[in-house]
Design a protein around this ligand. Structure first.
Ligand SMILES: Cc1cc2nc3c(=O)[nH]c(=O)nc-3n(C[C@H](O)[C@H](O)[C@H](O)COP(=O)(O)OP(=O)(O)OC[C@H]3O[C@@H](n4cnc5c(N)ncnc54)[C@H](O)[C@@H]3O)c2cc1C
Length: 456
């Protein structure tokens, strides 16, 4: 069907179409006309040419973990890069070359063989590509910046079929865009990432009863103000997972999980966090980095339906904390979560790199994740889940730093809300870059294409 194509082509009537099409979020039902699973960079260029000749909307699929399912379009051609999965490390220069088909769960162990890391996903099944080309907020973010901050260069096949070595000295505008707004501009086939030494961090989770959550969270927020960049944490309001050692009265009940991460072995802030409130479980200990990186995978299983709302926040005040805790009284399902993550450190530093990321002034990010099962009654469950997430978001409006996280856009979110994921200046610059590299808009428009963001 595409002359010279070496990988696998799958159309809706072919055997295995559903397996090739399936992504993590079962709520996404888009049915592409052709899935081109590419064997190499030449296949990518051939698939782009085919889409251009036949007027097929183009999307790119890597880890398949985008909440809104932006890797698939109805009637489109999917360039599936999952088999571009090479990874190599130059330990002297501390640089990794990572094929964009990899997920963090396969990249991290290779980096760790050299005692090296970079800012990666907090769930190991997430794709390195989508994560890095969007915000890329991970456990090492406060210490080493966002994933895009550590992107040194990339190989990109653009709409004209050219294979470009993109970096500060080659297509610098495209390089700038890739570091936080990199979808919809071409197909990235390899990422070159800066690495950092890390062998054995101190990590684990503190679990608190919901009744204690407001006081614990207020103290955690206060402690964060003076915390070093080595120290990171998150607040996850959810239903207690079946963890051994959890008191029976807490199992299956809404709780506050506080995952803690420190790249310093003797971090006074870890000790301080452990002394806040009366955790019913404390699993903090020196840990193998890759083990920690997979420790929350079970909270995001395949085969379920999801939606999300997110927002960058200027603060996390008592009203917001009380609102989030109260939301757990009518939580949509056991896997639904109300999350907060701090920024600061390298992300917010005055000398942070100039990238499309527009929220370095924010102090926290919130994600409100609704989960439901597909099958009979799914539309009602979906409506309940979405309404829970929307209500959750509405209660934080007074703290909005201006918009949502591009990596956590929901299923049905549209402009102007999605445009607010970038500042107005950033949107204007991105629109010009799109015009230069994809003037015919072959690649499905990313959220930011329409200029005129809601904030400056
Ligand atoms: C369970 C879970 C945990 C998460 N945790 C975090 C987190 O800790 N921090 C964070 O910042 N985000 C997180 N995310 C969000 C995640 O980073 C984004 O949803 C991201 O888009 C997923 O990337 P992917 O490669 O898996 O997905 P895909 O759906 O394959 O791709 C996502 C987007 O990137 C584009 N794309 C993919 N590959 C390429 C490529 N090679 N070239 C050009 N464009 C490409 C796609 O077209 C699509 O628009 C999480 C998501 C989930 C589901």
């Amino acid at each position: 069907m595409i002359r010279g194509f070496k990988g696998r082509l799958t159309a809706p009537d072919d055997a295995g179409y559903e397996d090739q099409r399936r992504i993590w979020n079962e709520a996404v039902r888009a049915r592409p006309a052709l899935i081109a699973r590419c064997a190499d960079v030449d296949d990518v260029a051939l698939a782009i040419g085919h889409a251009a000749r036949h007027g097929l909307p183009l999307t790119v699929r890597a880890g398949g973990h985008n909440f809104a399912g932006r890797s698939l379009a109805d009637g489109g051609l999917v360039i599936d890069v999952r088999d571009l999965d090479g990874v190599s490390v130059d330990p002297e220069r501390r640089v990794a070359r990572i094929g964009t088909g990899l997920r963090w769960g396969r990249a991290d162990p290779v980096l760790q063989e050299h005692g090296l890391v970079t800012t990666g996903g907090s769930v190991s099944k997430v794709g390195v590509a989508g994560f890095t080309l969007g915000t890329g907020l991970g456990w090492l973010g406060r210490r080493h910046g966002l994933a895009g901050d550590n992107l040194l260069g990339a190989t990109v096949v653009t709409a004209d079929g050219a294979v470009r070595d993109v970096g500060p000295d080659g297509d610098p505008d495209l390089y700038w865009a890739l570091r936080g707004a990199g979808t919809g501009l071409g197909v990235v086939t390899e990422l070159r990432m800066r690495l950092f030494p890390l062998v054995r961090p101190v990590t684990g989770t503190l679990i608190h009863r919901l009744a204690d959550a407001p006081s614990v969270l207020r103290q955690m927020v206060e402690a964060t103000a003076s915390a070093p960049p080595d120290f990171n944490w998150a607040a996850v309001l959810t239903t207690a997972p079946p963890i051994p050692g959890l008191p029976s009265g807490v199992q299956g009940r809404p709780v506050l999980l506080v995952p803690v991460f420190s790249s310093s072995e003797d971090d006074a802030h870890v000790k301080a966090a452990r002394s806040i409130g009366r955790p019913v479980l404390d699993t903090i200990a020196p840990t193998d980095f890759c083990t920690f990186q997979t420790s929350t995978d079970e909270a995001a299983p395949d085969g379920m339906c999801w939606d999300v709302r997110s927002e960058w926040l200027t603060d996390l005040d008592a009203a917001a904390i009380d609102h989030a805790v109260a939301a757990m009284e009518d939580v949509a399902s056991p896997l639904s979560e109300f999350l907060f993550r701090p920024l600061g450190g390298a992300i917010s530093a005055p000398d942070a790199p100039d990238t499309p990321f527009s929220f370095r002034h924010a102090a926290f990010m919130t994600e409100i994740i609704a989960n439901w099962a597909h099958g009979e009654g799914a539309p009602e469950r979906a409506a309940a889940g979405r309404s829970w997430a929307e209500k959750g978001l509405a209660g934080l409006a007074h703290l909005s730093a201006g918009g949502p996280d591009v990596n956590h856009l929901g299923l049905d979110e549209k402009s102007p809300r999605v445009n607010a994921a970038y500042s107005r200046d950033t949107l204007a610059r991105l629109a010009k870059i799109k015009q230069t590299y994809d003037p015919q808009e072959l690649f499905q428009p990313p959220p930011w294409t329409t200029a005129g963001a809601a904030h400056s």
